[in-house]
Design a protein around this ligand. Sequence first.
Ligand SMILES: [Mg+2]
Length: 405
Amino acid sequence: MPKVTAIRCIRTRANGTWTIVKVLTDQPGLYGIGSASDHYHNTTVIHLIEQSLGPRLIGREAGHIEDIWQSTYTSGYWRNGSLLNTALAAIDVALWDIKGKEAGMPLYQLLGGPCRAAVPCYAHAVGEDLPSLEEDVRRYVEEGWPVIRCQLGPYGGGGFLDPAVARRPKNAWPSSQVFDDEAYLENIPAMFAYLRDKLGFGVKLTHDVHEHLRPQVAVTLAKLLEPYRLFFLEDALSPEQIAYFRLIRQQCTTPQAMGELFVNPHEWLPLIQERLIDFIRCRISKVGGITQAQKIAHLCEWFGVHTAWQEGGDNDPVNLAAAMHLDLASWNFGIQEENHFRPEELEVFPGHPVLERGYLYANDAPGLGVDLDEDKAAKLLDPEKASRIFYMAEDRRADGTVVRP
Ligand SMILES: [Mg+2]
């Protein structure tokens, strides 16, 4: 049985926000990779893996995945934090990659075998106004995408006012835009009225609120959107306000998707057990990897909740591959969020999942099926861009109060 000999991190993408973990073993050529990417705290996660979690795993059996997960999870006594979960997930996925390679099977076979031929994904349609959004949605429909997310510009779009017309205090802080809950409440139902009028009900549509609203406004929005029969409404509430999902359920049938910010079982357990959401949206790397995510998927099955693992802009192809294998092997899979990478980024990851006309396709290679070309990874990294620090964009209300994303 292979034993772990080294664990190291490789940073890539031009801005350095992708971190790939490599777990090496004592068997020649046998290693696994996992995603340790954190857009905002990338070097902190690297330190955690290389200086803290990694050294205690040297010499351990690489195949003891569950035992390594459980003992690493509590190795720092405190647990369930975003960064610790990311570090744990990276190691976990790399160990699954190793096990698949040992077995000579793609991961979806080890996880129970495929339940579907390929993985349907949802596209991200965006427009600054309704006609341009409609055009973008139509483009994705023609390309064959099964589900399309509709946004009026960036997150919070539809809720922004020009500071010149917003009712701001005389000593207002400088701001290029003002977020207003009531504007959002006006514009997003109008957006779906427009899209349904133009496109009919044959197209499956979603919308991401990105937690911008006051909780009671989120309840109202879900209710107002009911006639437009969304595939789901995403992140209507922030993680701190999930108890309001009970009110949403009492008020309407708009399907709810939630979980991309979740890191703690106590966040997703009540929503699943009480059937308050319809899609669980955790990011594989933020809940502790395949080991934890598969348990979430199995739990959800018995409560009628489907999976819709989070991807989006800052994820890397290795995290996407981990999600794809779970998608293929989970009966209660719902939909997969798309990710789009530049050709030069995909060249770093030979065997990466292939996205074609709204479907994601796995290969038959053992393990994750995706590898890391370290030379190309190093060349892709731009040291100047990678030295920058990234922060989440700040949206603020008229009086300057920050909006919680
Ligand atoms: Mg979201």
